[in-house]
Structure formats: structure tokens, C-alpha cells
Ligand binder design. Structure first.
Ligand SMILES: [Fe+2]
Length: 251
């Protein structure tokens, strides 16, 4: 593909074969890190200490999330700062793979918070309108999904042709069908990092492991222009560097 022009599908031995070409895919970044088991144990212990006596949000079916409980700057916590610096490096690589020129964009951590799910707890469907790029890192999970998958939802279902067919009951679309997936589930695994656009709706399914608390952290990143001299105006649509903003006080 060049300059947005979709080329013809690859020819095969049967010229009458219909080919489907995926357009506009969402970029889900995945990195499987190999954390030291002792570091993991210390981090999980610290997460439980940060949660304290609370264990929900506050509905007993909802996981405890640090962003709503005053624990939203894990990147400044000595136990987590080196890890989050490593995760942020992968966020830079995610941007590079999307075509961003490193010298023309600055990446900022807005907030970083833990999420702890007791057995049966969930996180409802939501997105992060305050941020541009979001990340989730798992401290535990065996890849089976028993502790609660992260479920991603598409912005729209253009291939269902008739709105609602992909999630309705008794419809004519066979399930599962890769062109009309109503969601995609990703199973937690210790050391797995996910990166995705903050506007993408997602939810956490119930933790079905009766013996373990599902532990993860989330990061919200914001993009801005790099610090600029007065004559070098930031590009259109990209906010100027936050250090060049001016707070306006109420009068
Ligand atoms: Fe989220």
C-alpha cells in the first residue's frame, strides 16, 4: 500500500477467488517481559500494602483501582519506578512503529495506578478520554484467562453490514467470525505488557481464580510537541509541551 491506495489483492492460482483485505487495523502492542520472581513478589506485596484495608471500588463486585483511591503515581514509587521506566521505553517503541518521528513528539506519564481484582470482581467497560496512549502490565496470570481477560471492543462494526448483527442473538453471522468479532480477549500473564490507543473501549472480565488476587498496573500517557523555541511552532493538532502552558487563575 502506498499513500493510502490499496493495491490489488495478491494473485493466486484461481483468478476468480474473492479476497478480503483488512483495512484500518487497531494497533495492540504486546511485549512479554521476563521479570525476576523476587521482584514480582516484592511488587505484589507492595501493591497489597498500597491497597490497605479496602478491597473494592467501592461496589464489592468492582476491582480496587488506585486511580480512584489516591494511588495514581506509581511511577514515583521506588518499588515500581524502574519497571515503569522500562515500560515507558516500550511505549516509545510503540509510537515509532506507528510512524511517529521521535524528535517530533514528547511522551508524558499522566498517571500510573494499580488494579487488584479479588475473585469474582470485574472492571466495567470504559476508555480513558484524558489520555492518548494507555498501557497495562500484569504482575500475575498464567495465560489461561482464569484470572480475568482484558476485553477490547471495536469502535464500530463496519463488516456486520446491518448494525447490531455482530452482538445480537439469532443473527445470520456465524460465530466466531474474524470479520465481525464483537470483542477480543487477552489473557493476563505475569510480565505481559499491552499498549493500545486510550480511546479504545475495554473491560476486565471476572477473576475466576478463587485462590489469587489478579494484580496489574495501568499507565495513561499523553503526547505533546517537544519543548519549542518561540519561532518553532508546534505542529497543528499536537499540544505544545506542558511546560509551556500557562495556568489561568479565576478572578
Ligand atoms: Fe482502563
Amino acid at each position: 500500500m502506498l499513500n493510502g491506495c490499496a493495491g490489488p489483492p495478491a494473485l493466486d492460482s484461481s483468478p476468480s477467488t474473492l479476497a478480503l483485505q483488512p483495512l484500518f487495523p487497531v494497533a495492540l502492542g504486546q511485549v512479554q517481559l521476563r521479570p525476576d520472581p523476587l521482584d514480582l513478589a516484592l511488587q505484589i506485596q507492595a501493591l497489597h500494602e498500597l491497597r490497605g484495608d479496602a478491597c473494592s471500588n467501592p461496589d464489592p463486585d468492582c476491582a480496587w483501582t488506585g486511580d480512584l483511591n489516591g494511588v495514581w503515581r506509581l511511577h514515583e514509587h521506588p518499588t515500581f519506578a524502574p519497571l515503569i521506566e522500562e515500560l515507558s521505553g516500550h511505549a516509545h517503541r510503540y509510537l515509532a512503529q506507528l510512524g511517529f518521528e521521535p524528535a517530533r513528539v514528547a511522551l508524558h506519564i499522566q498517571r500510573c495506578w494499580p488494579v487488584l481484582s479479588e475473585p469474582g470482581q470485574v472492571v466495567g467497560r470504559h476508555h480513558h478520554p484524558n489520555a492518548h496512549l494507555s498501557a497495562v502490565y500484569y504482575f500475575n496470570g498464567d495465560g489461561s484467562g482464569h484470572s480475568g481477560c482484558l476485553r477490547f471492543f471495536p469502535h464500530s462494526q463496519p463488516n456486520e453490514l446491518v448494525p447490531g448483527l455482530a452482538v445480537g442473538h439469532g443473527g445470520p453471522i456465524a460465530s466466531p467470525d474474524p470479520w465481525n468479532q464483537p470483542w477480543v480477549d487477552v489473557a493476563p500473564r505475569a510480565g505481559l505488557l499491552l499498549l493500545f490507543p486510550s480511546r479504545l473501549d475495554h473491560a476486565v472480565l471476572p477473576n475466576d481464580d478463587p485462590d489469587d488476587v489478579r494484580c496489574s498496573l495501568s499507565i495513561d500517557f499523553a503526547l505533546s510537541a517537544p519543548f519549542s523555541s518561540v519561532v518553532d511552532a508546534p505542529p497543528e493538532y499536537l499540544a505544545p509541551h506542558p511546560s509551556q502552558w500557562s495556568a489561568v487563575s479565576a478572578r
